[in-house]
Design a protein around this ligand. Structure first.
Ligand code: KIV
Ligand code: ZN
Length: 392
């Protein structure tokens, strides 16, 4: 099965992301983030859950107004109740491209234990809610919450009802981050083969990261015909989070040879978006986080630094500039080699000849054994001290 050539990026940092405990954002912060997402070329911004609170409603409405002249779709989330859907329609109305995203759970555990609804009642709610939403906006997305733990036959019936009622995008979330890539991909392949009119809608992946598989699962969905991925900056989201937007985008970019599709994201803004979300939420980005972590383009070992100085492609599969990081950093520590040390000295304005270089390198290694972080100032102090001794 071939992938769709253009994968739409649906950013849910301000909706699912904001559902991370402690990650709430102010109106000003959301407006600034929406501006950056728009500049980055995100296809859909899920701006919030308008029925959740007046504050959320106002944020969605203001983001819809702010982005009205752009191509970006502004979407609000809504349960399947008539009140939620009306509220959502009102909140997104000012957007140039409004979308209502409505959902209901389809798994036995959610229907029996949470909704207390039988299959027929759920199917009836899907038909009614999608039709109501379609009377308010032309673009309706429907999600089968907990799709990966749903009975496949019932899931197909639910999706069929949603498509017949006018949904244009069908999202099959791995709500609890339970699926493995092979299973998640197979679900997309099979449902697209089974449901009538499957080719009339865009199929969407929404993966949670409880087993650390959210990005892998999203890519498996793409390989099986999904045309939209729902993700969040820094992987923010409920519990262990959603698929990280920056990882999805760069995986599709760097491996376009294998995946045969692309997004329209300006990747040079990824680092800035990551920093902004981290500052807004107060959630630090882990040092070794793919793409945007502090160490994602840092090399400490002598062998790696030597390779990097000869040709960056020895140890880097993408250019730091492509994700908005100014340059690779060769971190000076106990694993660094003589070659990298000489380069560092040069960058700091020192040209030491053989013996002096050997002497400085030995003293640098001694220092690196004692001190966890060797900063430029430490190296400068060490060399200055050596040079002043030489002057005596
Ligand atoms: O994880 C999930 O199932 C969701 C839906 C509401 C789309 O966030
Ligand atoms: Zn979710």
């Amino acid at each position: 099965m071939t992938a769709e050539p253009h994968i739409r990026i649906f950013d849910t940092t301000m909706r699912d992301g904001e559902q991370s405990p402690g990650a709430s954002m102010t109106m000003r912060e959301k407006l600034d983030l929406a501006e950056l997402l728009c500049e980055m070329g995100v296809d859909v911004i899920e701006a919030g859950f308008p029925a959740a609170s007046t504050g959320d409603f106002d944020c969605v409405r203001r983001i819809a107004e702010q982005t009205a002249k752009s191509d970006t779709i502004v979407c609000g989330l809504s349960r399947s109740t008539p009140q939620d859907i009306d509220r959502c329609g009102e909140a997104v109305r000012a957007s140039g491209n409004p979308r209502i995203h409505t959902f209901i759970a389809t798994s036995p555990i959610h229907m029996e234990q949470k909704l207390k609804m039988g299959e027929n009642a759920v199917l009836e709610a899907i038909g009614r809610s999608v039709s109501q939403a379609r009377n308010l906006v032309g673009d309706v997305e429907w999600s089968a919450e907990d799709a990966t733990r749903s009975d496949f036959e019932f899931l197909c019936r639910a999706v069929d009802v949603a498509i017949s009622a006018g949904a244009r995008t069908i999202n099959l979330p791995d709500t609890v981050g339970y699926a493995h890539p092979e299973e998640y991909g197979a679900m997309f392949r099979k449902i697209r083969e089974t449901v009538p009119d499957a080719d009339k809608v865009i199929w969407s992946a929404h993966c949670h990261n409880d087993l650390g598989l959210a990005v892998a699962n999203s890519l498996a969905a793409v390989q099986n015909g999904a045309g939209q991925i729902e993700c969040a900056i820094n992987g923010l989201g409920e519990r262990a989070g959603n698929a990280a937007l920056e990882e999805i985008v760069m995986a599709l970019r760097v491996r376009r040879d294998a995946l045969k599709c692309e997004t329209k994201i300006d990747t040079t803004k990824l680092a800035r978006a990551s920093k902004m979300v981290s500052q807004i939420t107060g959630f630090p980005v882990q040092y070794n986080k793919a793409i945007v972590g502090k160490n994602a383009f840092a090399h400490e070992s002598g062998i790696h630094q030597d390779g990097m100085l000869k040709n960056a492609q020895t140890y880097e599969i993408m250019n730091p500039e492509d994700v908005g990081v100014s340059k690779t950093s060769l971190v000076m520590g106990k694993h660094s080699g003589r070659h990298a040390f000489r380069d560092k000295l040069k960058a700091l304005g020192y040209e030491l000849q053989d013996e002096a270089l050997n002497d400085a390198f030995k003293r640098f290694k001694d220092l690196a054994d004692r001190k966890k972080h060797v900063f430029d100032d430490d190296i400068m102090a060490l060399v200055d001290e050596q040079l002043s001794r030489g002057d005596e």
